[in-house]
Design a protein around this ligand. Sequence first.
Ligand SMILES: Cc1cc2nc3c(=O)[nH]c(=O)nc-3n(C[C@H](O)[C@H](O)[C@H](O)COP(=O)(O)OP(=O)(O)OC[C@H]3O[C@@H](n4cnc5c(N)ncnc54)[C@H](O)[C@@H]3O)c2cc1C
Length: 284
Amino acid sequence: MVKKYIAYSLDEALDILASKDVYIVAGGSDMMVQKKNTAGLLPKFDKDVLYVSHIDELKKVYEDKDGIHIGAGAHLSDLENNKLVPELLRKCISEVASVNIRHFATLAGNIANASPAGDTIVIDVLLDAEVVLVSKKGIRKVKAEDFVLGVRKIDRHQDELIKELIFPVHKFDKELWHKVGSRKADSISKLSFAGVYSLLGDKVKEFRCAFGSVAIKVMRSHELEKEIEGMSLSELNAQKDELIEKYSHVIAPIDDQRSNKEYRQKVAMNILAKFLDEIIKGGK
Ligand SMILES: Cc1cc2nc3c(=O)[nH]c(=O)nc-3n(C[C@H](O)[C@H](O)[C@H](O)COP(=O)(O)OP(=O)(O)OC[C@H]3O[C@@H](n4cnc5c(N)ncnc54)[C@H](O)[C@@H]3O)c2cc1C
């Protein structure tokens, strides 16, 4: 018989995780779908369940010298309206699911679910966020980029709980979040793109971009970013097509129920081309 544990403190949750093999449930917006049962019946869990949504320590959002800390249990709707939260992340969150789901879904749940279509993972990776894991043995920090290993595969040990994500405080001149879905709201991404840049005179000082839903995990090329940084805007213009060609190999879209690989490849590169055009025009 499956047991249900409701933790009211972090210590309580870590004690349970240290001694039992359990599913962790935060908002449950992914878990309840994955474990759904016949209509009218409760979800069907095949092992014990630990509910973490009553732990106040996991709901904190604050800034210190390490960056902006976003508690694993903070609801997306609270983050959407919190000015401490990076603006690009708030923009992305405002397009996740529907208002009612955002009232209970969490940022940690989005990355731990490790869906290739997880929207906020694109921003976590782009902004160099760190995932903070805690267990009775201590704390472990993993870069968001390394935390997702593949579809529904994450770098988390069985006794660990995500405590928070930490975002470095950093300002860029321009930021873009672009989600392509079947409709404006409550739509899972066919593909997504996030990009940031800063200019210094007529040169690219900083450039980053990341793609979602076009590979088994969020894709970002540090190599190509380094190649672009330091280029003058005229050099960027001259090399634009070559760069797009190189980026087309960074992603590896597949066909699924939401879209096909040709569409994803073409649209992702069109969005990148538009983003590069904006930089070439000096951000105007
Ligand atoms: C109708 C609908 C529409 C949706 N639309 C979108 C969308 O547009 N974009 C999008 O990205 N997602 C979407 N989702 C997916 C989902 O809402 C998000 O992934 C959400 O952020 C998950 O958060 P949660 O707290 O509900 O996670 P849960 O379902 O509670 O958990 C998800 C996973 O995270 C793990 N987990 C949760 N908290 C922790 C923790 N503290 N430590 C360790 N592991 C943890 C769980 O064990 C589980 O594996 C949608 C879902 C539904 C049902």
